[in-house]
Design a protein around this ligand. Structure first.
Ligand SMILES: [Zn+2]
Length: 490
């Protein structure tokens, strides 16, 4: 096999300045208050309803997400016209208030908001940069479940980052695709777009037939629960019943060859391939169930109710993304990249970082899955891959010593090589320290304990120490937290 660049998403800050945006200290304080207790305490409650924070206080992306509520469900009804790239949407957002709210924010970039209601009553709204501020007619009480409906339309934005990388709503040669890491989902629906607020989704998309009267396909996360032919348009309804972080929400509109199957564990498999990639991607439909079965035996039960892949034809994009249940590929992936994105279904999608600085838990573990796959499929063994990263002979090892994997210096660098390659080296050092049996027990316990939730580095280390009975402070200090390239400890 020929391992190659794991051409996975490399996070970049948005050129709009949204991601490095200034956030008032008071907003951060409010976010901290709500995340600690879920409700106002002491003097605050005497002060009555107050605005939800404009960000959740992510250290690297302080303006992402919003405080004061937790979203339980997004119901998105979208009309999309590929010919002129126009989107019309209704978002029904069901959330629970975590404080008395006089108003609250939703993240939304571009598009024109037409109406907003909260609990059926007309709400006031205003826009500022990528924040939609909603003021309900009556304050929402702490603990109340409330429904917000926003109608909107326009030409959805593509976010072009400093180095030319694209996210958000991206037109393809036969439709469009929506990619949300880290902030692109706000270009096609309003929401709480930080990974710490996961929710279930129903996404219904209607697209007119093309000029020949042929229907477009619409492929999304989760399961296809309904499809209708309306004469001159088609409607597809995709449902995600397990919690999903906003950055993993996805739809692709275009022409696809669809292959449906089952894994050995009877899990539905849905593979959509752009006809321009069908020859190169011929093995994807067989590899997906094989890799999912392999990974389930190592990492624990597959966490979602279906799996699959979307192979589009958008080679200029130059990355793949682990969109939930069906990773998205800009062109036919090789085996290694498929392993990486499918491993993210456990590491990142089911167990999601609480803050973006813990990205190494996604990328280090998904990269280590590549190493394990190679070792078990006739390639180098993991000791050798580790050596090749250490001495720089592996092509993926370039730049891995730039900073400590657990401490990306800025939002712009949160997806740089240390988070991937050196992150995988941390995992290998852990495996050597605790032995194979305990190592795989740690991984399976991790995916079980935090299934469909959020977790952080501190919790990972605590679990490693608890399951192994060893003090691993030095190992993690040297490999995870220290910037210096560790000396050899053979
Ligand atoms: Zn990745």
């Amino acid at each position: 096999m020929t391992p190659h660049a794991a051409n996975d998403r490399r996070l970049r800050p948005a050129a709009s300045g949204r991601l490095s945006g200034w956030v008032p200290a008071t907003a951060l304080l409010l976010a901290m208050t709500t995340s600690c207790t879920g409700s106002a305490s002491g003097d605050d409650s005497a002060a009555g309803p107050r605005p939800g924070a404009a960000g959740v206080g992510d250290r690297l992306f302080p303006a992402l997400g919003n405080g004061g509520y937790d979203v339980a469900h997004y119901g998105l009804t979208l009309d999309y016209v590929p010919e002129n790239n126009r989107l019309k949407g209704t978002a029904v957002i069901t959330a629970r208030a975590t404080q008395d709210l006089s108003r609250f924010n939703l993240d939304l970039s571009g598009l024109r908001v037409r109406t907003a209601t909260v609990q059926g009553a007309k709400a006031q709204f205003s826009r500022e940069k990528d924040e939609l501020r909603v003021t309900p007619a009556k304050p929402v009480k702490d603990g109340d479940i409330f429904k917000t409906v926003v109608t909107y339309d326009g030409t959805p934005r593509t976010i072009e980052n400093d180095d030319g990388g694209l996210e958000g709503w991206i037109e393809t040669d036969d439709g469009a695709t929506a990619l949300g890491q880290p902030a692109g989902s706000m270009t096609w629906f309003p929401g709480n777009h930080h990974p710490s607020d996961k929710a279930t989704y129903d996404i219904t998309v209607t697209v007119p037939k093309d000029e020949d009267g042929d229907p477009y396909d619409v492929v999304g996360n989760g399961e296809l629960t309904a499809q209708e032919d309306n004469g001159d348009s088609v409607t597809r309804h995709w449902r995600t019943e397990e919690p999903m972080a906003g950055y993993l929400a996805h739809i692709s509109v275009g022409y696809f060859e669809i292959d449906k199957g089952r894994t050995d564990d009877d899990l539905p498999v849905y593979v959509a391939i752009d006809p321009d990639e069908s020859e190169d991607a011929a093995d994807v439909k067989d590899l997906v169930p094989e890799i999912v079965g392999w990974a389930s035996r190592r990492f624990g039960p597959y966490p979602f109710s279906s799996t699959g892949a979307i192979v589009d034809h958008l080679p200029d994009l130059d990355y793949a993304l682990e969109t939930q249940t069906k990773p998205y590929f800009d062109e036919a992936p090789d085996e290694t990249l498929l392993v990486h994105e499918l491993a993210h279904q456990w590491f990142g999608n089911s167990v999601t970082p609480r803050q973006w600085k813990d990205m190494w838990l996604n990328e280090g573990l998904a990269t280590y899955a590549e190493w394990l796959w190679e070792e078990e499929h006739g390639g180098r063994d993991t000791d050798q891959i580790f050596e090749d990263f250490y001495d720089g002979t592996d092509s993926e090892s370039e730049g891995i010593w730039a900073f400590a994997p657990a401490d990306p210096p800025s939002a712009a660098r949160v997806s740089d090589p240390p988070v991937y390659g050196r992150g995988a080296m941390v995992v290998h050092e852990l495996r050597k320290a605790v032995g194979d049996e305990t190592f795989f027990d740690i991984l399976r316990t991790w995916t079980r304990q935090h299934r469909h939730g959020n977790a952080d580095t501190r919790q990972f280390i605590a679990l490693c120490e608890a399951r192994s009975g060893k003090n691993l402070t030095k190992l993690f200090d040297v490999w995870l937290f220290n910037k210096e390239k560790p000396s050899r400890t053979k």
